[in-house]
Design a protein. Structure first.
Length: 196
């Protein structure tokens, strides 16, 4: 199913907690970090590099004040949607509306640069039409999360700050065990840029 999965990269949040520590002019998506491959790249570039090449339908959802992130995403084959709202639900809905024809969607957070490509592939392999696929590390749900085509209307109806977690209730959830702490590691503060 992976050949028809749309990847929605969420990058419209304001990064308020990161800016409180690093400075009001610092964008966490553009901050340099050393990836698990040892290369120094921006956070958003690591996220894009880690996406398997087989996932070629990609949509970055971001704000119009992030031209560098948009150019980076375009360099990696992404379409983009500009959004005025930083709300997680609004971002997911906009991304899914941008590629409604696919068999399912992989929701990727733009501030999670340390996820192994193999973990992403395992989550994608677990996507079913009426199911949700989620990586599990050390008993904790992580990201990215895959949604089958049957969830399209519900994903497009999301709004505000509420994400897709509400859709888990009563759904068929495929828990995908991974040995990858990257699936639970997001960049909220500058200290998180160093993976341990």
């Amino acid at each position: 199913m992976s050949e028809s999965i749309g990847v929605i990269i969420l990058a419209a949040g304001s990064g308020r907690r990161f800016r409180q520590v690093a400075g009001a002019d610092k964008d966490k998506l553009l901050a340099d970090c050393i990836g698990r491959d040892g290369a120094v790249r921006s956070v958003i570039e690591h996220v894009l590099v880690n996406l398997p090449a087989s996932l070629d339908k990609r949509v970055l959802v971001t704000r119009n004040d992030r031209p560098q992130a948009i150019r980076m995403a375009q360099a990696y084959g992404c379409d983009f949607v500009e959004l005025d709202s930083p709300g997680l639900g609004d971002s997911i809905a906009a991304g899914v509306r941008a590629c409604p024809e696919v068999a399912g969607w992989l929701i990727v957070l733009g501030d999670m640069p340390f996820i192994l490509p193999s973990s992403i592939e395992k989550v994608v392999a677990g996507i079913r039409e009426d199911g949700i696929s989620v990586p599990v590390f050390a008993g904790e749900y992580g990201h990215p999360v895959g949604f089958g085509r049957g969830f399209g209307p519900q994903l497009m109806a999301l709004s505000g700050d509420r994400g897709a977690k509400v859709l888990f209730a009563g759904a068929q959830v495929a828990e995908v065990p991974v040995d990858d702490p990257g699936v639970t590691w997001d960049i909220d503060v500058p200290e998180a840029l160093i993976f341990r």
